[in-house]
Write a protein of this length. Sequence first.
Length: 368
Amino acid sequence: MLQTTPAGDTPKPILQLVGVRKTFGGFNAVEGIDLDVREGEFLTIVGPSGSGKTTLLRMLAGMDTPTEGNITLHGELINDMPPNKRPTCLVFQSLALFPHKSVGENIAFPLKVKGVDAATRKARALELMRVVRLPENYYDKNVMKCSGGERQRVALARAFAYDPQVLFFDEPLSALDYKLKKALEKELKDLHRETGKTFIYITHSLEEAMVMSDRIGVMRAGRLVQVGTPEEIYGAPVDRFVSEFVGEVNTIKVKRGTDGTWDGVDVPGRFTVRPPQDGATLDEAFVVIRPEYMRFLGPGDTAENRIEGTVYNEYSLGSRIQYQIRVGSGAGEKVMLVELSRSRALPPGADRAVTLGWDAADAFTLGS
Ligand code: ATP
């Protein structure tokens, strides 16, 4: 079973999922989910479209009940507890703000429902507007006259007005333009730190997850295949799916010879291979090298592994340059990627012969 909570003095879980499954007409949209969500953490669930993220979130928020398994909040079973009875709040892309009300009225709405008096409501709404960085003079502004980013802040402030123990986010930034999205990602992370609340966020953008999260859970076909810090997910993926989901990679299939050496199957050569991190003994494996760990070797440069190739193409990635390098020949030809900072760029020239190098410690070895 996937170990999602390392032993030791980790904060106690606020939410616990044990064996959670959701079936729609015989199809398992989510299955075998065991997960401890720690109090105060920012946990992001990522995965490709259809991997079960929304289904999982709907069960956590109380909009759906699990077919099997248990969800507990502070140790209390909440499988069948309706959303409005849970100390949680869902923030999603379509916002569901009241269009004819002002910013202040929208934010103060949960307090009105609770019967809080008008003066206290206004004071709290203004306080929350400061938290989400909305100017005070927006209090009376009609919410429909606000920009997309401002409305997103109103929705956030309103969610905080419920004073939930856990906030769920369902792709709240996906409709925003790139620059605003980047700014709000950082603001959400700051808000998380300032409020100390537990945030559970779903997105299919790994980039978003990497910027904001304490931990990331990667879903594939209804299952959580890995849960870890952004560094663990990026630096020690459990399989090729995770390694490819979290960025571009070079993959070389290798086969162990009887003398224990490793020969390339799809790239010619004999390679020094780091043992798989899960300790498995493998006769066939995949060596995965991220483009930024590949380097060009000049005369006299050393590396544990090397491959000869030719420059096929290069792309500017802003401060970095990515090279596509052809290695092998004929049907066995393969394209490898090398990424360098612009200051270390190769002199221009297509079809230039190059030697690629990497050390075993800079790659990972995966069985599947
Ligand atoms: P996306 O990123 O596209 O929103 P997702 O990871 O959130 O995808 P889900 O919406 O959870 O994925 O869907 C998981 C699977 O369950 C999909 O195959 C989907 O078609 C199926 N599914 C979800 N809800 C239902 C439903 N109410 N009835 C039948 N099938 C459903």
